[in-house]
Write a protein that binds this ligand. Structure first.
Ligand code: IMP
Length: 501
């Protein structure tokens, strides 16, 4: 006879926190959001500690190298998507690892024979006003000049005019040679009153641009997450098929942490993959596994050697797994059960295996609930897809800007490995959709605001750290009617957007 659980499973919106005593030191500035990323023994520290409890989803529409840099700058980690060739994924990891704060690879470039129209279109598409003119229009071509908004007037010029006739040519530019430090570059920028400084190689190729606004990069980003060599910490997704070649390539590219990306992690394939990694690299290589939704699944992956365990099936915003296959569990119930098992495992073995709550975060307060329920950190897709730094297109629909966001199980991503049950390699039905999400601006601004809300609620609970929140939090299930009571109600909103959390 099958097992029947007759209690319904619940999700975040069905819970609320009850405040605890806030002492006078409970102010958001005093809250630390540091949290372990990988397992550690009692009395020791995790080899990687996040400065904020957020990681970005292993998805094509979320975690490229640009987002990885932006998120590590704020103290979290991106997991670069694995649904691309090994070479391409390794190249992305490499770019993020080698990104030097303040040294930007030019991503708006034209050729000298391109036209003003090309410049205007490029500026509209990328939002950048500094455009490099290179011999072949690539970011690393021979530098011939720079175009900024000061070089052209759309109302007075023909759209067909060639870039070479109005660019500021190389001979009039102040440039610097490769090897220069950020401090030296900034001194040149200030001495010459520049907005940007191109850094060129010995043979005249463009390497980077340093912008005036990046002057205080390190001071502005006190939370940035760096490795021992002061490079950004970067994660990468792997699968249970080609790990024998993908893992070495990603490590070679500099990945600090890996994660097996699968919609159902309670499988022997994950055990075999973890076993192979342990056999070849011991405990040196950090690798998370998942996704699971119950104690049994956690125990299986913990015993198989996972460095962290990811929780969540069917709760992702683009996910249709529950509808397609009838598997999954309300995210809150899954998380609470797995976290209890993590604590039991810790008591039994003295090994603490961090739990990641993956997906289903809709409002910022869901982040606080996930942490209070026991998550050590949270993986988000939709949240990050909305930002400038996600790799997808920004599109305008009826006057409003959106970013594209698609699931790894959608036909668009064709990530067959994630849904692989062995046997035939093809993804034969979809488990995800292709969608738009409202464009929200920069990662930095949004993360700052979301985490301020998290810290503020932690203060309400009398907690200054995540472990303290997990100990002190009082959570209660709420009735459907109380949920209605929780929103603005029985008033006519003057501004509909006030309804947003
Ligand atoms: P979100 O933050 O609610 O958008 O959820 C993101 C999470 O959804 C990811 O981290 C994955 O675990 C999961 N996911 C990604 N693509 C798909 C899909 O196509 N179907 C089901 N789940 C997906």
């Amino acid at each position: 006879m099958a097992v029947f659980i007759n209690e319904p499973s619940h999700t975040f919106s069905e819970y609320l926190l009850i405040p605890g005593c806030s002492t006078t030191d409970c102010t958001p500035q005093n809250v630390s959001l540091k949290t372990p990323l990988v397992k550690f023994r009692k009395g020791e520290e995790s080899d990687i500690t996040l400065n904020i409890p957020l990681v970005s989803a292993i998805m094509q529409s979320v975690s490229g190298d640009r987002l990885a840099v932006a998120l590590a700058t704020e103290g979290g980690v991106s997991f670069i998507y694995g649904s691309q060739s090994i070479e391409d994924e390794a190249a992305m990891v490499n770019r993020a690892k080698n990104h030097k704060a303040g040294f930007v690879t030019s991503d708006s470039n034209v050729r000298p024979d391109d036209t003003l129209r090309d410049v205007v279109e490029l500026t509209a598409r990328t939002g950048h006003s500094t455009i490099a003119v290179t011999s072949d229009g690539t970011p690393e071509g021979k530098l011939l000049g720079i175009v900024t908004s000061r070089d052209y007037r759309v109302s007075r010029m023909e759209m067909t005019e060639e870039v070479q006739s109005f660019m500021t040519p190389l001979e009039k530019l102040v440039t610097a040679k490769e090897g220069i430090s950020l401090k030296e570059a900034n001194d040149i920028i200030w001495d010459h009153k520049l907005n940007s400084l191109p850094i060129v190689s010995e043979d005249g190729r463009l390497l980077y641009l340093v912008f005036r606004k990046d002057y205080d990069s390190h001071k502005q980003n006190p939370n940035e997450l760096l490795d021992k060599e002061k490079r950004y910490v970067v994660g990468a997704g792997i699968n249970t098929r080609d790990y024998e070649t993908r893992v070495p390539a990603l490590l070679e590219a500099g990945a600090d942490v890996l994660c097996i990306d699968s919609s159902d992690g309670f499988s022997e394939w994950q055990k075999i993959t973890l076993g192979w990694i342990r056999e070849h690299y011991g405990d040196k290589v950090k690798v998370g596994a998942g996704n699971v939704v119950d104690a049994e699944g956690f125990r299986y992956l913990a015993d198989a050697g996972a460095d962290f365990v990811k929780v969540g099936i069917g709760g992702g915003s683009i996910c249709i797994t529950r509808e397609t296959k009838g598997i999954g569990r309300g995210q809150a119930t899954a998380l609470i059960e797995v976290c209890k098992e993590r604590d039991r495992y810790f008591e039994e073995t003295g090994v603490y295996i961090p739990v990641c709550s993956d997906g289903a975060i809709v409002y910022d307060y869901h982040m606080t609930l996930a942490l209070a329920m026991g998550a050590d950190f949270i993986m988000l897709g939709r949240y990050f897809a909305r930002f400038d730094e996600s790799p997808t297109n920004k599109v305008q629909i009826n006057g409003t800007y959106y970013k594209e966001y698609w699931g790894e199980g959608s036909a668009r991503a064709r990530n067959w490995q994630r849904y692989d049950m062995g046997g035939d390699k093809k993804l034969s039905f979809e488990e995800g959709v292709d969608s738009y999400v409202p464009y929200a601006g920069t990662l930095k601004d949004n993360v700052a605001l979301s985490l301020l809300k998290v810290k503020s609620t932690m203060c309400n609970c009398g907690a200054l750290t995540i472990p303290e929140l997990q100990k002190k939090a009082k959570l209660q299930l709420v009735s459907a009617v109380s949920i209605v009571e929780g929103g603005a109600h029985d008033v006519l909103l003057k501004d509909q957007s006030q309804g947003n959390r």
